[in-house]
Write a protein of this length. Structure first.
Ligand code: SF4
Ligand code: SF4
Length: 380
């Protein structure tokens, strides 16, 4: 028996927030149904088959249910456990993606080959068109120029950050430097482990956790370990040693003692802000990002969609379950089409790539909020 699953009192309060339940109206595809399934598999009351794999693998891990649950059932942990139980039923595509996506070298190779070979109409092809193959690796240690150093920050850049979001890494670094911090980006950091954990490979996720904890432990006295993508941040928040020090970049910068050192040039444009489910449901960092962006004078800010709802990117869902991912993206696409903002800002790289792939992007710039903040930053 899994004691955490037994905490579910089957009240059903989480059902209204679950995107797969809303689309299917099926109890099996609800958080309550999935918790009962994980428990039954763990107790040997049900055998693993293709259907039980599908029920667990189609969960988007948005953790909306966890945020709504009055009994504080740790749904994310239970789903990782469940995915381990049904791992033997993974198809070759799922296995391949989980093997390649978190490995920097393999992703660079795939981007080089796939950019030319894959049709830009497939989900993978669309993603690879966004890869920046010539992005330089960031410096390992950056020091603020001409200002007194107030502390040192460890920056987690993610396994594919330099490939798909180098502008956010550069932007986060610049903002931290301007606020007076040294920025340490340990070379030996690895993938956060989220894809492996959610793909049922808990052992590999634990190895990556150990690599990251060692990399940041050897980076000197750090005031905080800051992550840029909220999907990685949600995984980091559960690290035993680093979890306490971890904070999302938006929440770190929004602290009064930090933001008071930053000034921004006005920008008379419209920004639609997408709050990823991981930022809202796990890191609770939505307000901080909105407060930060309000520091740009003249910027008109509109929040995208329903806060905490999954846009359909859901880990690898946008690559493996394009129909589900498209359905969940539609409200966002319609809102972007109706408003025609100058910018769409999202704190999670896979959400940004997924939203961008669904919109006629002419005239709309998609980026991480820190990229826009760095663009408007007044430098000393
Ligand atoms: S997970 Fe929580 S909210 Fe959902 S049915 Fe169980 S106890 Fe209720
Ligand atoms: S994590 Fe999201 S998709 Fe999965 S059961 Fe919970 S609410 Fe539904």
């Amino acid at each position: 028996m899994i004691p955490e699953a037994a905490r579910c009192v089957k009240c059903g309060l989480c059902l209204a927030g679950c995107p797969t339940y809303q689309l299917s109206s099926s109890e099996t595809m609800s958080p309550r149904g999935r918790i009962a399934l994980v428990q039954a598999l763990a107790q040997g009351q049900l055998v693993v088959d293709g259907y039980s794999h599908e029920v667990l693998a189609s969960c988007l891990l948005c953790r909306r249910c966890e945020a709504m649950c009055p009994s504080e059932v740790p749904f994310g942990m239970l789903m990782d456990r469940g995915r381990e139980l049904v791992r033997s039923r993974q198809g070759w595509k799922e296995k391949l993606l989980i093997a390649i996506l978190p490995r920097r070298v393999w992703m660079h190779l795939l981007a080089r080959i796939g950019k030319a070979a894959l049709s830009a109409t497939t989900p993978m092809g669309k993603m690879l068109t966004q890869a920046r193959l010539d992005a330089p690796e960031p410096e390992e240690l950056c020091r603020p120029r001409g200002t007194r150093t107030v502390g040192r920050i460890g920056l987690f850049t993610g396994c594919t950050g330099s490939l798909f979001d180098s502008a956010a890494i550069e932007g986060a670094t610049e903002l931290l430097l301007q606020a007076g911090y040294e920025v340490q980006i340990p070379r030996r950091q690895a993938c956060c482990g989220a894809l492996d954990a959610h793909g049922g490979n808990g052992k590999r996720a634990a190895r990556l956790l150990a690599v990251n904890e060692a990399a940041f432990a050897s980076a000197g006295e750090l005031e905080a370990v800051v992550s840029i993508a909220s999907g990685c941040g949600a995984q980091f928040a559960g690290y035993p040693a680093l979890g306490e020090k971890h904070v999302d970049i938006g929440s770190f910068l929004a602290q009064e003692q930090v933001i008071s050192r930053l000034r921004f040039r006005p920008l008379a444009k419209c920004a639609m802000v997408h709050i990823p489910c991981t930022l809202e449901n796990v890191l609770h960092g939505a307000e901080a990002v909105l407060q930060l962006l309000q520091r740009i004078p003249g910027l008109h800010i509109v929040e995208a969609g329903k806060r905490g709802a999954c846009c359909g990117a859901g880990g690898t869902a946008f690559l493996l379950r394009p129909d589900l991912a498209d359905s969940l993206r539609q409200p966002f696409v319609q809102q972007i089409g109706g408003l025609a903002p100058d910018y769409v800002l999202s704190s999670n790289v896979s959400c940004r790539l997924h939203l961008q792939a669904g919109v006629d992007t002419a005239g709309v710039q998609f980026m991480h909020p820190v990229t826009l903040l760095a663009q408007q930053l007044i430098r000393d």
